[in-house]
Each structure stands twice: as C-alpha cells, then as structure tokens.
Ligand binder design. Structure first.
Ligand SMILES: [Zn+2]
Length: 238
C-alpha cells in the first residue's frame, strides 16, 4: 500500500463530495454507487455495473497527476479548489453515463484503461461503428457534467464560471495525455480540442439558456451585462 498523502485525502474527500451532490440532484430512483480508491499510481478511472448498483474505481494516481499538473500551472491558494473541480468533472461525467442509459451499450466506462481492460466492451451494430460510439457517448456525458458543474447563469458569476471551466479544460488535457500514452487503439475519449470546443460553446450560451427554455426574450441579460460576462470569461478562450 502506498503512503497516504494530503493529495490522496483531498482526492477521497472530493470523490465523496461529488457523489453526494449527484445523489441529491438525481431526479430518478437513487442507484447505489460504491467508491473504491486503489493504490495504483497510474491514471485509472472506471465505472462498472456491480451486483447491486455500480462501482466507481479511481486510482490515487489521478489525484497525484492532477497535483503535479497544478504545481506547474497555478498558485497554491487556488490549487485545492481547482483539484476539487477537476475531480468533480470526472465523477459527474462517469455518473452521467448511468443517467443517460449508456449502460445499454456497454458494461463500463472510464479513463485510460480500455486498452488493457478486456472486460469493457460495446454492444453496437454494425460493428464497424464500435470505435465511434464510445466517443459520442462521452460527448453526451460531458454535456451533462458541464451543466451540473457550471450550474445556471447568475448575474456576476463570470469569475466562478471561469474558474470551473479552466479546471475542466485542465482535466480534459490530462485525459488527452493519458489517452496519448495508450495510443490510438486505447483512446477512451474524444480529443481535448473537441471537448474544449463544446465547453466553450456551453460557457458562451449560459446567459441565454433561461430565455431559450422559457421562450421569453425578457430573460435575456442586458447588453452591458452580456459584455461584462464575455469580457470576464474571455481568458478561458485565450
Ligand atoms: Zn465518460
């Protein structure tokens, strides 16, 4: 067993936190989800069906690799919050596969394990679409996770949106690095550029969603407010 560090404890706390958040927000029967943290130093996340519910397995390598990336990228004061949001994105993406019914197509989802884990398979016909389907499902799961993590638009929330969106970008890049190590056959997710493009679209649309949902133009923020929001979130796009 590896020596437990602060980073491992932060990983554990973040996993429990995000699982609780998801449970509260589930608008459907609660599915039992168990978390298991493994002592593997490589980057491993997997969600699989278990005899009763689902098992989310995450290696301590995930926390340690996030920590290593953040040590090079940002100052210490915002490091823990950023790591918390990065893990939130991973957990919410994995759990979105349950809510979206993706287990009809596969017996498991995860990051950077498919090349070595023969137990995960996709039941898709025709079979030549097998390589495309997992990536489409990941884009759907990303969308769900982003909605939940970023929440609904509030006036003056641009800095919070920017902070969460930057953490998600970091996580997408880290997953891309893991996928690259696995080579083309083992790629588990769409390219980071594709995922970040969807994220930026979501961030740009956020202030307009309420007006679109309720078909009510009076809910569109004022031009001044929109300009301020775009200016404050611009650094994610830079
Ligand atoms: Zn996923």
């Amino acid at each position: 067993m590896q020596h437990t560090t602060n980073v491992d404890r932060n990983l554990d706390m973040a996993l429990k936190h995000w699982l609780c958040v998801e449970k509260q927000d589930f608008d459907q029967p609660i599915v039992p989800i168990q978390i298991e943290t493994t002592s593997d130093l490589s980057f491993q996340v997997s969600l699989s069906s278990a005899p009763q519910g689902f098992l989310l397995r995450v290696s301590i390598g995930v926390g340690r690799q996030i920590d290593e990336l953040l040590n090079r990228a940002i100052n210490q004061s915002s490091k823990e919050r950023t790591m918390h949001n990065m893990i939130g994105f991973v957990v919410l993406n994995e759990l979105a596969h349950i809510a979206l019914g993706h287990f009809e197509f596969s017996n498991g989802f995860g990051i950077a394990h498919r090349s070595t884990d023969n137990q995960i398979s996709f039941d898709v016909k025709p079979y030549d679409k097998c390589l495309l389907v997992p990536k489409c499902l990941e884009m759907q799961a990303d969308h769900e996770a982003l909605e939940e993590l970023l929440g609904t638009y509030q006036e003056g929330s641009a800095y919070d949106v920017r902070e969460v969106a930057s953490a998600v970008c970091g996580m997408m890049v880290l997953i891309e690095l893991e996928d690259t190590k696995n080579g083309a056959q083992g790629r588990t997710h769409p390219r980071a550029a594709t995922r970040i493009f969807q994220l930026l679209g979501h961030v740009a649309e956020m202030p307009l969603v309420r007006a679109q949902v309720h078909h009510d133009t009076s809910l569109i923020p004022t031009g001044e407010e929109l300009q301020a929001y775009r200016r404050r979130t611009a650094s994610i796009r830079a």
